[in-house]
Design a protein around this ligand. Sequence first.
Ligand SMILES: NC(=O)c1ccc[n+]([C@@H]2O[C@H](COP(=O)([O-])OP(=O)(O)OC[C@H]3O[C@@H](n4cnc5c(N)ncnc54)[C@H](O)[C@@H]3O)[C@@H](O)[C@H]2O)c1
Length: 438
Amino acid sequence: MPVKGVRIEPAAGKLGVLLPGIGAVSTTFIAGVEAVKKGLAKPIGSLTQMGTIRLGKRTEHRVPAIKGFVPLASLEDLVFGGWDIYPEDAYHAAINAGVLDPSLLEAVRPELKKIRPWPAVFDQHYVKRLRGSHVKKAKNKMDLAEQLRDDIEIFRKKHRLSRLVMVWTGSTESFQTPKPVHQTVAGFEKGLAKNDPAIAPSMIYAYAAIQAGIPYANGAPNLSADIPALTRLAGDRGVPICGKDFKTGQTLLKTVLAPGLKSRLLGLSGWFSTNILGNRDGEVLEDPGSFKTKEASKLSALEHILQPKLYPDLYSNFTHQVRINYYPPRGDNKEGWDNIDIFGWLGYPMQIKVNFLCRDSILAAPLVLDLVLFLDLANRCGMKGIQEWFSFYFKSPMCAPDLYPEHDLFIQLMKLKNTLRYLRGEEQITHLGLEYYD
Ligand SMILES: NC(=O)c1ccc[n+]([C@@H]2O[C@H](COP(=O)([O-])OP(=O)(O)OC[C@H]3O[C@@H](n4cnc5c(N)ncnc54)[C@H](O)[C@@H]3O)[C@@H](O)[C@H]2O)c1
């Protein structure tokens, strides 16, 4: 099958990275990029920086680095900016987050100190545990969106940026389901002007970005760009969007283990997941509204991977529970326990125990980097609306309304790599391989 690939604009000039939320994840990401640029550390966990892609037949031995295969912005061309409800610069925010060693932060201190967050669009109704003074004031939400646009334009001009992307790294907002105001672009804009309470701050950032032609990713589980009004607007404005909720830690392992159990047709009677976490994210998740948002996101993966309707004898009756406990002594170093009750041949029960002592922001930072670079690539390829091929990065991947999301990590990775092959006009890899035995 002849394949041609897609016309891709070159990654020329500077790429602005807009981050609503200058907290643990975003400062670990920024500090990490600066440290990598100085040769102080390696970008471990980042597909764009360390990943390879096989092309053609296995006998061809063509396995380039992904960053050489598709034209990605270079780390040297990234310029960071962001908003927060606290005025501290990124250096102080990183010290407070307590993720990275002070010696590493010292080495990138000048770069981090330059990043002073702009006043945020914030509504305490959506994040009950936080109280910040560094927030915008306006007569209505449309005016707030315009103020965000002004911040972006000033940033664009000051750094002579040729392109921008936005990744929501702000706190998890309270749970809500789509309301009438979220259904159409016109209704949403009317809602902005009328201060509709169902329009959350993250939606105002997403709206400002999409209107300005800037790709948007949501790293948190709350409803944001995944409403019909904003997915439609993204399509109309030709802007790629994706989300939501970075797939790190416990859910990452869940989406590795569950496909493995299903591959062997081992049954599941229960999966109990609990965590202790002591960072600000953990504190925000103490609020039942924010926790409900996270819980819904964490619970969704198993059902979709195991497909109980197709495998009623194996998966129709399992109990799935997720707990998160705020426990300050651990800071960002989360500990997660999973107890998995499975059954095998003739229904005989077995158990699996997983104890993951992870570091939340260390796992999330490379995902932010990949999303920034891939979203910018998608934009330069003319891709618009929901980018399902970024499901690899999310706990609750966005997809077309009539589809179910793909949660299996390995299918997600195959989809991502096949999309890269498609963009460059390389053959899709099916793993059939019969030709090797002709
Ligand atoms: N670290 C992970 O592994 C992981 C995984 C999945 C999702 N997430 C999500 O990523 C987000 C960031 O996590 P974190 O650990 O950096 O949290 P954090 O609390 O350290 O940082 C979030 C920052 O957002 C700010 N903020 C809140 N509302 C804002 C608004 N409206 N505008 C601008 N800033 C705002 C807060 O003041 C805070 O500084 C959270 O929503 C979290 O649930 C993190």
